[in-house]
Ligand binder design. Structure first.
Ligand code: SAH
Length: 324
């Protein structure tokens, strides 16, 4: 537009520091410029169509409308170490994991970097509190939206914006090997979480179609390389499904599988969805599984369940909105 360079800095500040919701708000720019920008550009701003606040733990779940009318969900979780936002990376998902609500209707489209950032900006503004941690564990497969994800992470961690520490960002993947290897080369200090969920290819294929494409040995080799290149310890997510992957033999095999890996295991009692008949492992089975791993020298935690009263788990709020 032939503007002096300092205008770019001002606009960047309005977008990513002040998180303006419209060009009109950018009052340090001349009014004529603001209306020219209005005509030529689109400023992506998400609108909360629903907000649920958990009475149990203060978790907040948001249903946001995108500019094209699609809806996505995001979650704010309050921890002692700070506020963490879980964002969606796609509208729907095409990975087809059997226990997951986000994938039931397939992929609609991938989110743009602005649409990922906006989830965090709007939640920060809604609560008036700083967001210090971000987990890309909502709907979608982040590594299936690779370029937008990387651009999003660079904007989110930029010192002229929200300036979230790379170490406070976790990206969870179902195990897309080529993209995991590419991510290892990005020179980022983020945490990579792998959705493992099974100790052999047979069971993993039953739960996660992606396992037909990338067998366990290749996925675990990619995890090893990720640690070698970045020095960042992996997180291994393991959703416990009663009678499917929660036996003592499974715990044993898991310990053997991970003994040379650097990272820890996060156990997630599966959240049953009504479209499938998977059942959550009993509390004592979960505890036994954890003890078994601990005895074998594996670092392990059980994921604390938050927002149970507000459809906290992956894709459930969006789904109840779409099907109602
Ligand atoms: N596509 C990414 C991120 C999505 S979900 C991935 O696959 O990692 C974040 C985690 O929640 C994944 O480990 C996913 O497998 C798990 N998950 C999804 N639905 C679940 C459910 N109903 N119960 C328990 N865990 C679930």
């Amino acid at each position: 537009m032939g503007l002096p360079a300092y205008r770019a800095g001002q606009i960047y500040q309005w977008l990513h520091e002040k998180q303006a919701a419209s060009f009109e708000e950018m009052t340090s720019l001349p009014a004529a410029l603001r209306s020219r920008m209005e005509e030529r550009f689109e400023l992506v701003c998400l609108r909360a169509v629903e907000r649920k606040v958990s009475g149990i733990d203060g978790t907040r779940k948001y249903l946001f409308a995108l500019p094209d009318g699609n809806v996505i969900e995001s979650v704010l979780m309050r921890y002692k170490h700070g506020n963490s936002v879980c964002i969606s990376s796609q509208v729907g998902c095409r990975m087809g994991c059997r226990f997951c609500a986000s994938t039931l209707d397939g992929l609609v489209r991938s989110l743009r970097p602005s649409e990922m950032l906006e989830q965090i900006y709007r939640i920060g503004q809604d609560t008036g509190e700083r967001v210090s941690h971000v987990v890309v564990m909502g709907s979608g497969e982040p590594l299936d939206n690779y370029d937008n994800l990387i651009r999003f992470i660079r904007l989110l961690t930029d010192e002229r914006g929200l300036h979230i520490s790379q170490r406070n960002i976790t990206v969870s993947t179902c195990g897309l090997v080529p993209q995991m290897l590419k991510l290892a080369e990005e020179d980022l200090q983020i945490t990579l979480a792998l959705s493992l969920h099974a100790v052999n290819d047979g069971t993993r294929r039953q739960l996660m179609p992606v396992a037909n494409r990338y067998p366990l040995d290749e996925v675990l080799e990619a995890c090893h390389i990720y640690f070698q290149k970045t020095g960042r310890r992996m997180t291994f997510e393991y959703s416990l499904v009663s009678g499917v992957n929660d036996s003592a033999a499974d715990a044993d095999a898991l310990a053997r599988l991970l003994k040379d890996q650097h990272g820890h295991v996060n156990l997630i009692p599966v959240n049953p969805i009504k479209e499938r008949d998977y059942v959550q492992s009993e509390r004592k089975t979960v505890e036994a599984f954890k003890n078994h791993l601990e005895k074998s020298g594996i670092n392990v935690t059980i994921r604390r369940e938050m927002g149970r009263d507000i459809n906290g788990a992956c894709g459930q709020l969006r789904r109840s909105y779409l099907t109602s």
